[in-house]
Write a protein that binds this ligand. Structure first.
Ligand code: PLP
Length: 417
């Protein structure tokens, strides 16, 4: 997070003091850098210059309208996994012709709506889904553009909860069956085959699983060519890891260059290339600012109890994810440093943001959880009847509210006694 820095011992994001952001908007507070998001997207896009390509930002990582609009203005496509996400990207000003629709459980209503607005492609994840799309398209008298999401059975070597490309995962159509399913798709009257797709997992820090998956996908593309089925685009999915601690992330340009070599080796130079990055675009654009409510020392345990919890940011609780936590004030002379557990207000022992963090903190201090721009707010809930927090978008010189803090009334909206 190169835009975060200490100035005279106080933490700033670009030119904005964390203290002032917290004062103006309250805590807990999500803050994202628009400049960072644009840079990440443009770097990826630039790596593909001169080739037919589309970067479809996976909106489940962070679906705030202001961020979607920022990316839509750059010309981004979008990878969605639900009708809610479809409605969001449309609301944000996206071109439906640049939307690809992934997900294993697409409902009839979702398929109908996607056909109605005219998306670029359905990433089909099973044979029954293919049949459902065919029958709805026939009823609506539309041709449905499809690609098959192929499960290449490669180990992404990431956390099991975010690994999706192994044979025993629920995602995609198995590599061995895909050819037959393509042959079937070709026979369907209201289906048009456009592409092939894979997505093997998230937070990958090693490039080799991508290349192994590409080998399998490209072998299949050539087999399909022999069958007379021409693949017009290859979607390599998302999954690029980011730096939370000391990981070395895969540079988008390195991945692109390696994959382009593969395309040449398999004589597939002329296809359109798609990617579906989520985390790598937004993770390090964002932070969660939280305030220390209490400090509690018991036996050998040292707790900094803060106002943000697993309801706001579930990654540490769900995946035991490590996220950097910085104090707003760099040094606290006279304050003892303890190995703190940074815990939230939720009544669960899994409610922590960090463990064993050497910090000097006191009641009222601000802490900043870094790299919280992806799978942060989008995974937030109202558990313990906590209103969802506010979101702010900053750039070099300005800041603005892009989502109001929820009110208590919103907690029971739609409920009756
Ligand atoms: C989640 C997801 C992505 C994005 O993954 P990241 O690790 O955030 O880049 C891309 N494609 C599909 C199908 C997904 O489910």
């Amino acid at each position: 997070m190169n835009f975060l820095h200490y100035q005279k011992g106080k933490l700033f994001a670009h030119q904005h003091s964390i203290t002032e952001l917290a004062q103006q908007y309250g805590t807990p507070l999500y803050v994202y850098s628009r400049d960072y998001i644009e840079q990440q997207w443009l770097e990826f896009d630039h790596a593909l210059k001169g080739r037919k390509h589309l970067i479809c930002y996976a909106i489940k990582a962070n679906s705030n309208l202001a961020i979607l609009n920022t990316l839509a203005k750059l010309g981004s496509g979008f990878d969605i996994v639900s009708q809610g996400e479809l409605e969001r990207v449309l609301k944000a000003g996206a071109d439906p012709k640049k939307v690809v629709f992934s997900g294993v459980a697409k409902s009839e209503a979702e398929i109908e709506r996607a056909l109605e607005v005219g998306i670029k492609c359905f990433n089909v994840e099973s044979e029954p889904e293919l049949e459902r799309i065919q029958s709805i398209a026939q009823r609506l008298n539309k041709i449905a553009p499809i690609s098959l999401r192929v499960n290449p059975d490669v180990d992404a070597k990431t956390h099991p909860y975010i690994s999706t490309g192994l044979r025993n995962n629920k995602f995609g159509i198995s590599y061995q069956l895909a050819r037959a399913v393509y042959q079937k798709a070709r026979e369907l009257s209201h289906i048009e085959i456009f592409g092939i797709d894979c997505h093997i997992g998230s937070q990958l820090t090693d490039i080799s699983p991508f290349l192994d998956a590409a080998d399998r996908i490209l072998t299949l593309v050539n087999q399909l060519k022999n069958d007379g089925i021409i693949i017009k685009h290859i979607d390599f999915g998302g999954g690029l890891g980011v730096c939370y601690d000391n990981e070395t992330p895969i540079k988008s340009s390195d991945l692109v260059n390696e994959l382009i070599k593969k395309l040449a080796a398999y004589d597939c130079d002329d296809v359109e290339i798609l990617f579906e990055p989520g985390r790598s675009i937004v993770a390090n654009s964002g932070m969660l600012i939280t305030r220390v409510e209490y400090v509690k020392h018991q036996d050998d345990n040292h707790f900094a109890i803060v106002d943000a919890g697993m309801n706001d940011l579930i990654r540490p609780a769900l995946y035991e994810a490590w996220m950097r936590i910085l104090p707003e004030q760099e040094d606290k002379p006279g304050q003892t440093i303890y190995p703190y557990s940074i815990v939230g207000p939720i009544c669960e022992s899994s409610d922590f943001l960090g463990k064993d963090r050497e910090l000097a903190v006191e009641q009222g201090d601000l802490l900043v959880v870094c790299s919280a721009g992806a799978y942060g707010f989008t995974m937030a809930s109202n558990y313990n009847s906590k209103p969802k927090v506010a979101e702010v978008l900053i750039d070099e010189t300005s800041h603005r509210l892009v989502r109001k803090r929820e009110t208590f009334e919103m907690l029971w909206q739609g409920e009756t006694i």
